[in-house]
Design a protein around this ligand. Structure first.
Ligand SMILES: Cc1ncc(COP(=O)(O)O)c(C=O)c1O
Length: 449
């Protein structure tokens, strides 16, 4: 028996979690999690009553903010009627949600296959693309993340897949797409070179073998590595020319995060499928959706659609999603994301002038990332790509300071993400940037002239 008599409630909770549960993407010793008791709006509260500003909306998913009782009511109401029906049965909410998603999706993207999370949306997108085209290869970007299940992890270029390198699924081809800050030859040239490289790779791999190109609607956890202007249009054109499907992964960039319903809408293209999760239910319940064009769906009018999940179209999740979509509109959250994104950009410009460690700021709507460097001229990163724990000293101290000062945000390698709930106010952005500014003093001290 562990003696818990002299511990605070918070410490007991933390210890029980550490003793009996496993933590994602971490060595299990030395973790110091926030024990969250409740959350409201943009704030989390721990068991000691300490308040944390959630500056990355959890994992960039709690777009509407925390603790919205409208969701609780919608979910409760559905549970009082029925909590589960098999996916072969129907409920009112399933049809209503499908119709609503068809309304917000552009083009003929009007058929929803409901999943459980981002990874299950991606797995089904990959499977359906192969089935529909009769082709096997999937092209994806190296610096991307699409989920941690086997196919989605292989599709990701993210180094989180390297420890399971030997388990990679076959027939994924990765291509490089550099980003402007670390490209020395200008944006026009970046577009030209990147498009030409993709064209060559498509030719080498055999266009008639390629089922789909899968890309994030806007780059997320790889560091908000924005597409060169015109790139997604060029990719769409390559797809059209070769009968390749274009799948946009909107798991992180969807639902107002980038100032539009979907990230790809900033690039004036329409994909063939959209993978969704996160902002669809904002974490109130786990849920996802693969939105498919009418053209693809019609192939299965008279043929069996070989996709299925016990919890597909779960009524309670559908109710949560339907209410979430209503909240985006009722509270004008997407408009607020645009306005607050502009405000954030302006405030970060001021911050950049006072902190020599800020090398670059990339942001679309409220999906933003500070890239910290040891020197603005050489752009030497404060921590390298895929940094080992021993190389994270300064960044760990920055992250610890942020937490100490009452903020939760996503810090990775030399990146500090800023992606708050879309309901955030100017005052709350100021509060968050003041905390980050204070923590950046640690990084500034590590700058070498
Ligand atoms: C772009 C993108 N796709 C897919 C996923 C996987 O989603 P999930 O963790 O819900 O499986 C993530 C998760 O962060 C993501 O950012």
């Amino acid at each position: 028996m562990i003696d818990t008599s002299s511990k605070t409630e918070a410490q007991e909770i933390i210890d029980e979690n550490l003793d009996y549960t496993l933590f994602s993407w971490s060595k299990q010793k030395g973790i110091n999690p926030i024990a969250v008791e409740y959350a409201k709006g943009v704030y989390l509260y721990d068991y000691n009553g300490k308040r944390y500003l959630d500056f990355s909306s959890g994992l960039m998913n709690v777009n509407i903010g925390h603790g919205d009782q409208r969701i609780t009511e919608a979910v409760t109401k559905q549970m009082q009627l029925v909590s589960y029906v098999t996916p072969s049965s129907v409920t009112k909410v399933r049809g209503e949600l499908g119709k609503k998603l068809a309304e917000i999706c552009p083009g003929d993207l009007n058929k929803a296959f409901f999943t459980l999370c981002g990874a299950t949306s991606i797995e089904n997108a990959i499977k359906l693309a192969r089935l529909y085209t009769g082709r096997h290869k999937i092209f994806t970007r190296y610096q991307s993340y699409h989920g941690s299940s086997n196919g989605a992890m292989t599709a990701s270029g993210d180094p989180r897949k390297l420890p399971v390198d030997s388990q990679q699924a076959p027939n994924f081809v990765h291509f490089d797409l550099p980003y402007l800050y670390r490209w020395e030859y200008g944006e026009e040239n970046l577009l030209k070179e990147s498009t030409a490289q993709l064209e060559r790779m498509v030719a080498y791999e055999g266009p008639s073998n390629i089922a789909a190109i899968l890309l994030e609607g806007e780059s997320g956890s790889s560091g908000c590595l924005q597409y060169p202007k015109g790139y997604l249009k060029a990719v769409r054109e390559i797809c059209n020319r070769h009968g390749i499907l274009l799948i946009m992964d909107e798991v992180m960039s969807g639902f107002g995060r980038t100032g539009k319903w979907f990230g790809f809408q900033n690039h004036e293209i329409v994909p063939d499928m959209i993978a969704m999760a996160k902002g669809l239910t904002c974490g109130y319940l786990p849920f996802g959706c693969l939105m498919v064009s009418a053209k693809i769906a019609s192939k299965y009018d008279d043929a069996v659609l070989p996709l299925g999940l016990t919890y597909s179209a779960h009524p309670v999740c559908c109710a949560a999603a339907l209410e979430t979509l209503k909240i985006y509109e009722e509270d004008n959250l997407i408009e607020n994301a645009v306005a607050m994104g502009k405000y954030l950009d302006a405030q970060v410009e001021t911050l950049k002038a006072t902190h020599p460690s800020i090398g670059n700021w990339r942001n679309t709507g409220l999906l933003g990332c500070l890239e910290l460097v040891k020197n603005k001229s050489t752009k030497e990163p404060m921590a390298p790509f895929n940094a080992k724990p021993g190389e994270m000293g300064v960044m760990n101290n920055v992250a610890a300071k942020i937490k100490e000062l009452g903020m939760y945000t996503f810090v990775r390698w030399n990146y500090v993400f800023i992606a708050p709930p879309l309901c955030i106010t100017k005052e709350q952005i100021d509060e968050g940037l003041a905390i980050i500014s204070e923590a950046l003093k640690i990084a500034d001290e590590a700058v070498v002239e």
